[in-house]
Unconditional design. Structure first.
Length: 308
């Protein structure tokens, strides 16, 4: 199945022009060695080898930052398949669209040395023409982010057909209306984090002053929000229910917490979880009665009409 990615071509698209003219995408991320023959099919195996190398090169970085950087490097070098579509901003509010047509190659001594050959299409998408959801996804922090969830909208730009789907068809979603609403809630929660109850004790994880904790990648899917306590002693996995069945969201939260505890947490750090839902879900509360390291929060939505 074809997948879709937003790929940054250097910080603030600094190398976009060279990539467009040279027909490639690329990444740096601090690993200055040829990865040919070192790209396993599973990114977790890649991270196991390269996180220690990354931390040795950049000892001031955290394991979370190292995991994110190495995961993104693997995605650019291996995870993106030939035939996948990339959207790359040029720094002016527009995105160039290309099809990845080549395997990984290394360009030592050059900017963005870890490269893939791309056939750029005769299509530029104005950010203003995107839906709010696609704008939020393409605006994610980091070198690469998946925008496959907006497949239909991107295909509409590509072939001028197939209107975007507003309701999820994920079989684990048992309340499509809640799913649609909570996709927006996640962005609202991130933007207003400091005003929430969680914001009193936790910060969304940052790297180099930029929030990278939203949709943090793991080997079982992205964490909605990864936060760290202000005293650095706890890592927090925050999951929105998003209309999913109760047993699904509890199980997914526990899997994410297991990943964080095993792969990201320092020896002295505790891993906790939070599930946020619209309703006081009795099934979740029953499940969490035996999972004391996961808290449950309800949210309220209110609005008013202003005349004039």
């Amino acid at each position: 199945m074809k997948n879709y990615y937003r790929v940054m071509l250097g910080k603030q698209s600094a190398h976009a022009a060279e990539c467009f003219s040279g027909n490639y995408i690329g990444a740096d991320l601090g690993i200055a060695e040829d990865l040919t023959g070192q790209l396993p099919d599973e990114w977790r195996a890649f991270n196991k080898v390269f996180i220690p190398k990354y931390l040795a090169l950049l000892p001031g970085k955290s394991k979370i930052a190292a995991g994110l950087a190495c995961g993104m490097l693997w995605t650019v070098a291996k995870g993106i398949n030939k035939g996948d579509i990339v959207l790359c901003p040029d720094g002016t509010g527009t995105y160039h669209v290309g099809e990845v047509i080549g395997d990984y190659f290394y360009a030592p001594g050059l900017d963005l040395p870890h490269r893939r050959t791309v056939r750029w299409l005769d299509l530029v998408i104005d950010r203003a023409a995107m839906s709010e959801g696609l704008r939020n996804s393409t605006g994610s922090i980091g070198t690469v982010s998946s925008v496959t969830g907006h497949r239909d909208e991107i295909e509409r730009f590509l072939v001028a057909q197939a209107a975007p789907r507003l309701i999820s068809t994920d079989e684990t979603v048992d309340d499509p209306v809640a799913f649609a609403m909570e996709k927006h809630l996640e962005d609202f929660l991130v933007q207003n984090w400091e005003q929430t109850e969680l914001g009193k004790s936790f910060e969304i994880f940052q790297e180099d002053g930029e929030r990278v904790g939203q949709q943090y990648p793991t080997d079982t899917g992205p964490i909605d929000i990864l936060a760290i306590s202000k005293d650095k002693k706890q890592l927090l996995v925050v999951e929105l229910k998003k209309g999913r069945a109760s047993d699904v969201v509890v199980g997914q939260t526990l899997r994410y917490m297991g990943f964080v505890a095993q792969e990201l947490a320092e020896p002295e750090q505790e891993t906790r979880g939070v599930i946020i839902a619209l309703d006081d879900d009795q099934r979740i509360r029953r499940a969490l009665a035996v999972a004391p390291n996961i808290d449950f929060y309800r949210y309220q939505v209110s609005f008013k009409l202003l005349k004039g």
